[in-house]
Design a binder for this molecule. Structure first.
Ligand code: FES
Length: 111
């Protein structure tokens, strides 16, 4: 049986307590990004094929908000809520990841 979704977008919505030494995506728009992605997926009739899940920390905190798209293994960092339409139209509808937001595999993590 095939997996139920072609793509999963895991959106970091992690929230650390005030004063934590690292930033967290939930405080920088992660929840808003996930909500906007879910809405856009529904608007474009993609709900049976694509799912936007909330995720815990993806361990690129300094570069967040972060999204990882599986099974493609495409990582987005520095995503803003206003980038969601471009991600949906370019990546999800046309299959072209938004290059300016893609984090290359193997890039050192910013500490
Ligand atoms: S808090 Fe989002 S990547 Fe760590």
């Amino acid at each position: 049986m095939p997996p139920p979704y072609e793509l999963h977008l895991f959106v970091c919505t992690n929230r650390r307590p005030e004063g934590a030494p690292k930033p967290s995506c939930g405080h920088r728009g992660g929840e808003e990004i996930r909500a906007a992605l879910k809405k856009a997926v529904a608007k474009h009739g993609l709900r049976a094929r694509i799912r936007a899940n909330a995720a815990g920390c993806l361990d690129v905190c300094e570069e967040g908000p972060a999204i990882v798209v599986y099974p493609q293994g495409v990582w987005y960092v520095g995503v803003r809520p206003e980038d969601v339409d471009e991600i949906v139209e370019s990546h999800l509808l046309r299959g072209e990841p938004v290059a300016r937001l893609v984090r290359r595999v193997g890039m050192p993590v910013v500490e």
